[in-house]
Design a binder for this molecule. Structure first.
Ligand SMILES: [Cu+2]
Length: 145
């Protein structure tokens, strides 16, 4: 009998809070030390916010696809070109992206092409749903940052 009461209590709690969203904030540094995103991978949940901080001179964040990682996705997002400028004296601008659909991975790349296309030299990244990857000790560190 006591066991049955415990089960009822658990069910009641999930009915009381069916839409609780625990949003988290993630930061990705853009071009802080070369043409890279740091980190290049973020594990996120629905409603999380990913903020890109443009530490380098000029970069961008443009949505792409796994199949064509250096081509813009039609109708996808783009931060526009941003950065600290060539002399690095301007403050780092930032641009934020809210994850409105965590069920699909989000791929992005830098569309800057000077002196070489940044995408083809490795300036790509992606956002994965937190539950799409197996449990790993580093996941907590990434998600908690
Ligand atoms: Cu770039």
């Amino acid at each position: 009998m006591a066991r049955r009461v415990g089960l009822v209590a658990v069910v009641s709690i999930t009915h009381l809070f069916p839409f609780v969203a625990c949003e988290a904030f993630h930061e990705i540094h853009v071009g802080a030390s070369g043409s890279f995103y740091d980190p290049a991978t973020v594990l996120a949940n629905q409603n999380d916010v990913v903020t890109f901080i443009f530490d380098g001179p000029f970069h961008d964040v443009t949505q792409s696809t796994f199949a064509r990682p250096c081509q813009p996705l039609a109708g996808g997002f783009s931060s526009g070109t941003a950065g600290k400028g060539t002399n690095g004296s301007a403050p780092s601008p930032s641009w934020s992206l809210r994850i409105t659909n965590a069920s699909v991975p989000i791929w992005f790349y830098c569309g800057a092409t000077i002196p070489l296309p940044h995408c083809t030299t490795g300036m790509v990244g992606y956002v994965l749903k937190l539950t799409q990857v197996p449990a790993h000790p580093s996941i907590d560190a990434i998600h908690g940052s």
